[in-house]
Design a protein around this ligand. Structure first.
Ligand code: ATP
Length: 454
């Protein structure tokens, strides 16, 4: 947890992530991305979109509305059963998830996913699983708690209708299956991708941005023939892992976790877990959903979701392989993976974020060595800012300015000195090696461009 607390502090102090509604003492489990954090998260979303839309043949992006007809949630099963097993501690009145209590108590050796509510209650009673807040073992029975946030629409009270804030983005892809297929003349197999907000009234939010009540998902639904669906499921497991390696993760900090308990319609499901400072936790999910989603929407909407193969004339409801990753949870993992403390030769410690240069909030910082070099430094800044996010800093010693850039993971620092005025050259310092090279301002754009590709 040591590093976790340090990362949370760094995020606040360096403009990465602030507590939500901070001046009003916050609102629990809400977080605001600051000037540095929004760049990082946008770069992560761009990298994902590039991989799963731009570089993914037959994949189409959409941006669906957060509000959807309530019947969507009846069809998807969320109204009836999108719930967590919650228990209240009678002693300190805090609320806990029964499955999490068992997982923590058994140190991951017992799998609550395959237990019924009654079995979980018996386990908790038999093993005297204590409340993590007050240490007592005095629980209510388990009740299932629906995680959807609801609100109402309409201008007068009488006309109010219940609507939900979507708890996942996936339904936007499913209900647009026909629209995308027809408008883009798409042939199965094809994919629909989306990045957007989702909302869940989580029983136990926490651990910084790991589990929040509002978050962003990046989802890719692959519509395919049932006979090839398991092959695609395996392919998506590999693609999801490859993407994480590509953006800078160490393979040893990632692992597959196949699900033992499957939804009745699912043929297979797995997560990729990341070794967060709080332990191994889910980073993304890959789910083989069969034809459940389209069949249910066909049943509830009355619209045919049948696809006719243009070559064989076969009619079928496509299967879906879903790949879903939280943009915030991934951003948190990127922060944890990048965080490093290095002992320097002079005995000082430098905190450095080793972001992949393509993800780094600023690609470079322009640092004039003295204030009277500002004019030249500003000229270089304006030239580079046409191409990249660039920081400009002329306040404080050069050592302190380097440290600040290291802490926000700027891969290159460009210093402007008196020679720059003479020969139009600058010094570029590498964040990771701290090595410096001298190059001309004219070469800078190409130099940076080469460094920031995946
Ligand atoms: P968990 O078991 O951690 O609650 P889940 O299995 O319910 O997650 P999915 O419904 O499969 O998650 O959602 C897909 C992804 O969305 C997750 O892998 C995660 O990255 C992200 N996600 C889900 N819930 C949250 C949340 N409350 N806060 C932040 N990210 C979330």
């Amino acid at each position: 947890m040591g590093n976790f607390d340090k990362i949370v502090n760094l995020c606040k102090n360096r403009g990465i992530i602030f507590p939500g509604s901070d001046i009003y003492d916050g609102l629990a489990n809400t977080w605001d991305y600051g000037p540095i954090g929004v760049e990082l998260k946008n770069n992560i979303k761009r990298a994902w979109w590039r991989e799963f839309v731009q570089l993914s043949p037959n994949s189409y992006g959409i941006d669906a509305d957060i509000f959807m007809n309530s019947r969507v949630w009846d069809a998807s099963g969320h109204t009836a059963s999108f719930s967590d097993p919650k228990m209240d501690c009678k002693s300190c009145k805090t609320r806990q998830r029964a499955d999490n209590l068992i997982d923590a108590h058994s140190k991951g050796k017992v799998n609550p996913d395959i237990m019924s509510n009654e079995e979980m209650e018996s386990y908790i009673a038999e093993h005297k699983v204590a409340c993590p807040v007050c240490g007592k073992c005095d629980w209510t029975n388990i009740r299932n708690f629906n995680l959807m946030f609801s609100t109402s629409r309409g201008v007068t009270d009488e006309k109010q209708n219940l609507i939900y804030l979507r708890p996942e983005t996936a339904q936007g892809e499913f209900v647009n299956f026909l629209n995308v297929q027809r408008s883009m003349r798409a042939k199965v197999p094809f994919g629909i991708a989306q990045i957007g907000k989702a909302f869940r009234n989580e029983v136990t939010p926490g651990n910084f941005t790991f589990r929040t009540i509002e978050f962003e998902q990046m989802e890719h639904q692959w519509f395919c023939h049932p006979d090839s669906s398991l092959e695609y499921y395996k392919e998506y497991k590999t693609r999801a892992m490859d993407f994480l390696l590509k953006i800078g993760f160490n393979r040893e900090h990632l692992r597959y976790h196949d699900h033992d308990k499957l939804a009745h319609y699912a043929k297979a499901a797995c997560d990729i877990q990341y070794l967060y400072p709080i332990g191994w936790e889910e980073l993304n999910g890959i789910h083989h959903r069969g034809d459940w989603d389209l069949s249910r929407h066909q049943e509830f909407s009355g619209k045919s979701m049948m696809y006719t193969d243009p070559f064989t004339n076969e009619k079928y409801i496509p299967n879906v392989v879903e790949y879903s990753i939280g943009a915030d949870r991934l951003t948190l993992a990127v922060l944890c993976e990048a965080y490093d403390e290095e002992k320097l030769e002079n005995g000082e410690t430098r905190v450095v974020m080793h972001f992949h240069p393509a993800l780094a909030p600023y690609k470079l910082a322009i640092l004039p060595l003295q204030k009277n070099l500002s004019e030249k430094a500003q000229e270089v800044y304006r030239k580079l800012a046409e191409h990249f996010m660039v920081d400009y800093d002329e306040a404080g010693s050069i050592g302190k300015r380097y440290r600040r850039q290291d802490e926000i993971g700027t891969p290159m620092c460009v210093t402007i000195d008196f020679d720059s005025l003479e020969d139009n050259t600058v010094t570029v310092r590498d964040r990771d090696t701290m090595q410096q090279i001298r190059i001309s301002v004219d070469q800078l754009i190409n130099y940076v461009q080469e460094k920031i590709v995946f």
